[in-house]
Design a protein around this ligand. Sequence first.
Ligand code: 6R9
Length: 653
Amino acid sequence: MSAHNSPMEKHPIPEAIARDAHVNADQYKAMYEASVNDPEGFWREQGAALKWSKPFTKVKNTTFAHPDVSIKWFEDGEMNVCENCVDRHLDTRGDQVAIIWEPDSPTEASKHITYSELHREVSKLANVYKTLGVEKGDRVVLYMPMIPEAAYAMLACARIGAVHSIVFGGFSPDALAARVKSCDAKLLVTADQAPRGGKATPLKVNADAAMEVCGDVQTLVVERTGADVGLKEGRDHSYAALMAQASEDCPAVAVNAEDPLFILYTSGSTGQPKGVVHSSAGYLVYAALTHKYVFDYKDDDIFWCTADVGWVTGHSYIVYGPLANGATTLMFEGVPTYPDASRFWQVCDEHKVTQFYTAPTAIRALMGLGDEFVTKCDLSSLRILGTVGEPINPEAWNWYNEIVGKDKCPIVDTWWQTETGGHLMTPLPGAIETKPGSCTLPFFGVQPVILDPQTGEEITTTEAEGVLCIKDSWPAQMRTVYGDHDRFVSTYFSDYKGYYFTGDGCRRDADGYYWITGRVDDVINVSGHRMGTAEVESALVAHEKVAESAVVGYPHDIKGQGIYAYVTLMSGEEPSEELRKELSDWVRKEIGPIAKPDLIQWAPGLPKTRSGKIMRRILRKIAEDDFGALGDTSTLADPSVVDDLIENRMNRG
Ligand code: 6R9
């Protein structure tokens, strides 16, 4: 093993990458300068790379001014996202593989879908949608396994101007029902079952249960495992049956650049998840550009992003970015540890993957299981490694770099959000030297600023620490919260007027490199998945035995953060191990497995101010086992509750 760099030292760019990458350091600087000094000119040129039915004449029309926030890019242009991701490539790449699909079980055959086949399947499915009455602007909810049909289902929406809203297959029936209802979906596309790690999630059974709550919605059911799930007459339709009759001829409809492409629900610090709305053209321009430069994508590469299409990473970097670039994108149905911990590396070996993009939580889980799982595979095809979703700790970074990348693959640590549509800060492989744990520098057109959280003033010194905001718009920025523009304005633009507020804390070092320090709001990051503490709390208090609860994050070796719940029971209820399990299972049922509390502490009382506000700062410190640093507790209504909580804390070293 080579000597580890200290976090402050830059990790040099491997020679072969420096030589051949799309941009080097000087080119990055020049392009970045151009992109922020003349955004109109820069994005006009990037926008022109798409195929337009009606070319745009206006490039940027955006304001962050509170309360009149408005974001429009290429606003008078017309185009179609599906046409740009599929049809546009037919002449030159019809026989090239668009999607490599790797199933959950390695004994099942993988599939290779060419651009011509993709065109045919998507056109047929779009016609199926039409026969089911889906029209431009209608919402279609997808609750899908990681199968090619999930990509077809997304692209078929885009083809006819319908708006998809994907609900992660791990979400519960209740969570699915809430999302179907909230966007008033015309159609639900699901599958019989979703195989994952040798088990099968009963998607159709869950969908049936969801419709008990939200009412019946027309449902198209993909036959993934062939399990007998039963189709309800007049409501449920067989995918295979309708596809067998569908015509392959379905012209793509031109939509306005600003028409919504998709809604994706994500957790915030308050209330229920909000529907993040993304545009068509601006989103696609940015997803494609970041995919090309951040992963240094070139023809003949095999690009693999391990995310699920239920998260934004799957939208931008399994489907839209890669396909817009005419790439070959790999889609994996399974999990990193099934049938054993070498699965990722076997897939890289088998399909000769060139770019591999995953989450730190997966790396941490795998590094603990031994290097042989990696070293027995031939990973010589790998050129670029990437991470996303949470800060990566230097140990995991070093393992990824040395054991997986053999010290010759740059690691792009990409910082971004559901709201941003694509990467905002990240190294570019041939241009920006890395530091383990830093997302380094902004992408083209992105102007990060660090504000003093108290005064809201911009800190202009190179070295700075505070809250991270963005000064001006980029094309893939979310446009609104579905059905609630005021919530959009108040969530992102009212705490720090004139800026987009990310919700993240951040440090800038002496080299101008950015280091994300984590959320500054009540959002926790569990295995790279965002969870609002308020959501878990409201699930807990919905249980008849729970009077009150407060949920915070605490450091977790594998997940990054774990969920720590303080629960006050209704009077007369007795704490017990059974009840603890019952509450965990309850949250799992209400929201989904990712929201299940790791630790539940019985709290006879919660620390509150005299005005009744729960002092989360204190609860966080106790959960972190850092109760020596509780800070000022004098404003508490009853300081003695803190002693009880410390005495009975769950997270002892
Ligand atoms: C793409 C995605 C967004 C939040 C974000 C931040 C955290 C994402 C990160 C990172 C440090 C990185 N985050 N990438 N933190 N380094 N490279 O993950 O979107 O699910 O909306 O989460 O995730 O806290 O604000 P999303």
